[in-house]
Write a protein that binds this ligand. Structure first.
Ligand code: FPP
Length: 239
């Protein structure tokens, strides 16, 4: 197992930003920028699993990304399908438990099947919880959770006063997982872009300027070191 400064975050979330700019810098097609981004994410998943991080959440495709050029959307859909087909054996072997955050029903049929298959096949694995946000939006996730709770209340299964923070948390895609401890967004942009709004309430944020395809294991270790040095107070005071 790799050594790393402690404490380690239990849950790391990453907004993998900058594939487009990277492609532009290298004067290549955007699709190739995303493909190189997938290489970076494969290395980060493996490292997170080897370090013993409990949960890793990656923002792969937002509900807003459908607005992009159809050729780019098609390239991303192709990469997703390829990823879930080619990586599943290794991830399963590494005891990784895959969960999709987002609306799978809004995905093209082939991709939808591949996502369901990845979740079903790895659901009893006890290693890294790998959450991949696809067709995901944080506000939509909260609205969905409210609907789930409202339906339970209508059926008489819960009382309105039982709608607590915990009940809301349990109605999110990330139910059962710890809150996000560390959120990394590459490329220097400093926005949350509708990612894990509830789960990031007490997260530490890091915004390295490196573009995602260039995000290396060294960059990841630096981020984890920076996290270990942060003073987390959760609204209280450390004397
Ligand atoms: C942001 O870069 C990145 C995305 C919108 C997609 C991220 C997707 C991948 C890394 C590949 C697909 C994922 C999996 C799990 C196979 P950008 O295009 O917004 O970059 P820019 O801001 O420089 O244009």
């Amino acid at each position: 197992m790799t050594t790393q400064a402690s404490p380690l975050p239990r849950h790391v979330a990453i907004i993998m930003d900058g594939n487009g700019r990277w492609a532009k810098q290298h004067k290549i097609k955007i699709a190739l920028g995303h493909r190189t981004g997938v290489e970076a994410l494969r290395a980060i998943i493996r490292e997170s699993s080897d370090l013993g991080i409990e949960a890793l959440s990656l923002y792969a495709f937002s509900t807003e990304n459908w607005k992009r050029d159809p050729a780019e959307v098609e390239a991303l859909m192709g990469l997703l399908l390829e990823f879930f087909t080619s990586e599943i054996d290794e991830l399963d072997e590494k005891n990784v438990c895959i969960r999709i955050l987002g609306d799978k029903d809004g995905m093209p049929e082939k991709q939808r099947q591949a996502l369901i298959n990845a979740e079903t096949r790895t659901q009893s694995n006890t290693g890294l919880h790998l959450n991949i946000a696809i067709n995901y939006g944080g506000r939509a996730e909260l609205a969905r959770a409210a609907r789930i709770l409202a339906e339970k209340a209508l059926r008489g299964e819960i009382k309105p006063e039982e709608i607590t923070e915990q009940a809301l948390s349990d109605a999110l895609y990330t139910r059962g997982l710890p809150d996000v401890d560390l959120l990394i967004r590459t490329s220097g942009e400093m926005r949350l872009s509708n990612f894990l709004l509830f789960q990031c309430a007490y997260a530490e944020f890091l915004f390295p300027t490196v573009l995602w395809p260039d995000f290396s294991l060294e960059d990841y270790h630096q981020a984890l070191d920076a996290f270990a040095r942060r003073d987390r107070r959760y609204g209280g005071r450390n004397s």
